[in-house]
Design a protein around this ligand. Sequence first.
Ligand SMILES: [Zn+2]
Length: 345
Amino acid sequence: MEYKISEIREASERLRKKFDSLEDKRAILRAPELLALYEQIKTLPQDKRAAFGKELNGLKSDLESLVSSYRPRLKKLSRIDVTAPFDTNIPPEDRPKLLPAEFGSKHPLMVERQIIIDIFGRMGFTAVESREIDDDYHMFSSLNFPPEHPARDDYDTFVTDEGLIAPAHTSTMQNRILRQGKKDLKEGKSIAVIIPDRVFRNEDLDARHEHTFYQIEGIYVDKGIHAGHLVATIRTWLSSYYGKDINIKIQPFYFPFTEPSFEFAASCIFCEGRGCNVCSYTGWIELGGCGMIHPNVLKEAQIDPEIYTGFAWGFGIDRLVMLKYNIEDVRHFQSGNLAFLRQFS
Ligand SMILES: [Zn+2]
């Protein structure tokens, strides 16, 4: 539109140029040049006001249609596949190099997870990743949780409309590992596997509970395996991880997938059992659950429980790391708080 009044005509040209350079296009409607013209109306003689006002409103509605018809020119970027486009259990050196690693640092949980994997590597265990979405069979049925069994309620997690499950424990991998390891047993080798991976729970969040955390699961099966092997394995590992001799205390507990089942505690790494505020003056810190693999779980993987026995355990990596560095709140790990993360880089 051409404007008859010269001031509005000039303002129109300036505002159009300004519009092109603005990041926030709507800001043109609040431009000082435009507001100044509105202010000017009341200084004009009565007989000029109506015509001026009409043209000024015309300018404003032109600007409004500029704003509403503006479509930013999008740069075409190459496509990124955010899913893992490779088998998650292939060695790291065989994975595609997707993102440059020169910025930032490793997350403390990943650093500690690798330390744990290395310790178990020296003890003859291989590490396997678990899945972040799984099914009812691997989450419950293969682990001796009958349908409708109340113990399922202790593993309250997230379920998709299709019935798939965000695993509440890394034990979802037990059946797969046992089936795969069956031929090793026949060749006289043991099954010795750890699963250090992410799990999910529908939790009320506080300093000790997160909806997403890491677990370290362990499975060992061979002939003649008993609970003494279980205690010795965990004690050796924890002593190596904390760099000091750790005492273990086990007490009876209930899990559907182990029999007998134990809850185990380690001697407090801060006070070495004398009692301090970290261990609530008990000298012990609860670390997780363990037990001898239930015969039904072995049978489900077609391993004969009359010939082979084994043990399994699972505990939270986050909790182990919190104890190592005396971190007071589990939520720091997922917070993205750089001040926290930089202490570990
Ligand atoms: Zn203590």
